[in-house]
Design a protein around this ligand. Structure first.
Ligand code: CTP
Ligand code: CA
Length: 226
């Protein structure tokens, strides 16, 4: 399997992209979530389309409009995202996990709105499944791309995740850096491939970042196949 050049670089490739935050329900009115806007994942979906690929976008709740021609699967919780990703994994050539998946969810959920009571309320949290780690354990020929959103020691943590999740490429950013935050329209990234190739980019729009990530994935695939 070889990746083609230029605009048709991903022609015939099936690409699964996860985007946005997850919401972990407490009761019918409350949930835990995070600041992910979904912009990076949606920009990747658009860029894969431009390159001629076939996109399945598995999206947590966002306010964005998906690009035309993309198959969208809407999910809320980490568990729903896990199910959706697993349903599409076998047929995928590339999986890009841009979603900010909750690491914890409330251990107990309530069918009725929980009424306020005197005193404090503590919520016990349990771990969710690590979707990407599971994919890393189960992958055959799929290229697996993860993200590392860090606030310190970015490269070290990114390398740990690349290895521990058995990824082909990791995209790392420092969420505290100006122009690289969750809600920002720009991002400042570094990519590290499993063959050791590392690339650092200046501040770019998330649309431009998406193309850099795809180019790095394609270069890696070409190095691996030759
Ligand atoms: N990820 C996932 N499932 C989870 C948590 C994370 O698939 N339950 C994926 C994310 O989509 C991302 C990558 O793993 O591509 C790294 O996520 P991140 O939160 O940076 O890393 P964690 O392994 O969760 O470690 P920590 O939050 O402790 O840094
Ligand atoms: Ca996490």
């Amino acid at each position: 399997k070889h990746f083609q050049q230029d605009t048709g670089r991903l022609t015939g490739k099936k690409v699964v992209i996860t985007a946005g935050p997850t919401q972990e329900r407490i009761d019918p009115v409350r949930f835990f979530t995070n600041h992910s806007s979904g912009k990076m994942g949606y920009a990747l979906a658009q860029a894969v389309k431009e390159y001629g690929g076939q996109v399945t976008l598995i999206s947590g709740p966002t306010s964005l409009t998906p690009p035309a021609g993309v198959k969208v699967v809407n999910v809320e919780s980490a568990e729903e995202m896990y199910e959706a990703v697993m349903n599409h994994f076998d047929q995928a050539d590339i999986v890009i996990k841009a979603a900010a998946v909750a690491d914890y969810r409330p251990k107990e959920t309530f069918d009725q709105k929980r009424k306020k009571q005197p005193g404090e309320w503590s919520i016990e949290m349990e771990r969710t499944m690590d979707i990407l780690k599971t994919l890393g354990e189960q992958k055959s020929s799929q290229l697996l791309v993860g993200f590392a959103a860090e606030s310190e020691q970015v490269e070290m943590y990114a390398r740990n995740k690349l290895e521990s999740k058995n990824l082909d490429l990791i995209v790392a950013n420092n969420i505290l850096q100006e122009g690289a935050g969750f809600k920002s329209d720009t991002n400042i990234i570094m990519t590290i491939a499993s063959d050791g190739t590392k690339k650092e980019y200046p501040m770019l729009s998330k649309d431009e970042v998406a193309y850099r990530i795809l180019d790095d994935i394609i270069s890696y695939a070409q190095r691996r196949d030759v």
